[in-house]
Design a protein around this ligand. Structure first.
Ligand code: PMV
Length: 354
């Protein structure tokens, strides 16, 4: 990615973007070097779980290698968010050297409940990256819409790997894979051939356990180094990416669901067999999975699940069965959620200016 040095206008620059969360079907778990994935991943872009970010940038009188950053969440100053943003700036400053010559004020709002166990890093880092690239473009850097997205995805990846995928509508691939043309370890790309059934696919997030996870994703990724099963897992991910390409193009919901479930359980199996081992499941996670399997078997409903690195369950189903699946969720699965809360989300259109 080329270096872009811009002159921040004397009057400053303000911009706002929204960006959604995403849910990986083939999971990224394990990385090398600076945010390089150990295997390619594919996610569906969501729409309801979003971060809205307003960025205000002003030129500084003197250059500051430590960056001038302030962060507000819902109007409240959050000094504890600053180190994460500074780490992000440190990773991108060689591509965006102007960051040492300005002050950046970031105001964010998440549309999903705080501490819901839904990571705001994917939506937050992608929204902030879009704000930065938008500023570069409006301060004289010539970029097409496509180049802009690629650059924002590149930045977002350096903030949080999975954030690279949130820029694009419907579905995105991050990580080089022979069958996905132009795929890269450095940024995500949009999946081109997505069957209409996946354009309106649903993901209801069951909030099984709110609050902080006991083991962060950063630690989880690092435990894949020297893991006894990592080589086999990375190989399996390559094969699953090939299978998923065909499944997404054919619109094979049953094969999609089976692959999503297997990937989810593999992700957690990697955690349980790491050293030190750990479990992010909760008893209600397993109960929800068993009820989903029972419903599918007894009623023939096309309802499947996937999991993130946490206890929450993502219930996946096509729009054609949304009514019956949502009744099942309300009746049987909501009692397993903390405070009975869940979020009806679905596939969406990626980041956009607000
Ligand atoms: O982007 P990170 O470092 O928070 O890692 C995300 C890992 C998973 O959510 C478990 C899988 C994925 O591909 O999103």
């Amino acid at each position: 990615m080329k270096q872009v040095d811009i002159k921040i206008p004397a009057e400053g620059y303000c911009v706002s973007y929204q960006s959604p969360s995403n849910i990986a079907i083939v999971k990224y778990w394990g990385k090398k070097g600076e945010q390089i994935p150990a295997n390619a991943s594919l996610s569906l872009t969501l729409s309801e779980c979003r971060t809205e970010t307003h960025m205000m940038v002003k030129p500084s009188k003197v250059a500051n290698e430590d960056y001038e950053v302030s962060v507000y969440l819902d109007g409240e100053k959050k000094d504890d968010f600053v180190p994460k943003i500074k780490q992000f700036f440190t990773r991108i400053v060689s591509y965006a050297p102007y960051l040492t010559k300005c002050s950046v004020e970031i105001h964010t709002h998440n549309t999903f409940p705080h501490s819901s166990g839904i990571a705001s890093s994917a939506s937050g880092m992608s929204a902030l990256s879009m704000c930065l690239v938008d500023m570069e473009r409006n301060c004289g850097v010539d970029m097409s819409e496509e180049e802009m997205k690629k650059r924002a995805s590149f930045y977002a990846r350096l903030g949080s790997g999975s954030a690279s995928r949130s820029i694009y509508p419907l579905a995105a691939v991050w990580g080089e894979h022979i069958e996905y043309k132009c795929s890269s370890d450095l940024y995500a790309i949009a999946v081109e051939d997505v069957h209409p059934v996946f354009h309106t696919f649903h993901d209801t997030v069951l909030l099984i356990e709110k609050g902080q996870k006991s083991v962060s994703s950063t630690v989880g990724h690092s435990l894949m180094k020297g893991h006894p099963y990592s080589a086999a897992r990375y190989q399996q991910a390559v094969t699953n990416m090939s299978k998923l390409k065909d499944i997404m193009s054919r619109g094979d919901v049953e094969a999609f669901g089976a692959l999503a479930e297997s990937e989810a359980l593999t992700l957690h199996a990697m955690m349980m067999t790491a050293s030190p081992y750990y479990i992010l499941f909760a008893p209600h996670t397993i109960e929800a999975i068993q009820l989903i399997w029972k419903e599918r078997k007894e009623k023939g409903l096309p309802v499947y699940f996937t999991l993130d690195a946490g206890a929450n369950v993502h219930v996946l189903y096509p729009d054609s069965h949304a009514g019956s699946v949502q009744s099942f969720i309300k009746e049987k699965l909501s009692p397993l959620c903390q405070g009975g809360t869940y979020i009806n989300d679905m596939v969406g259109s990626g980041s956009s200016k607000i």
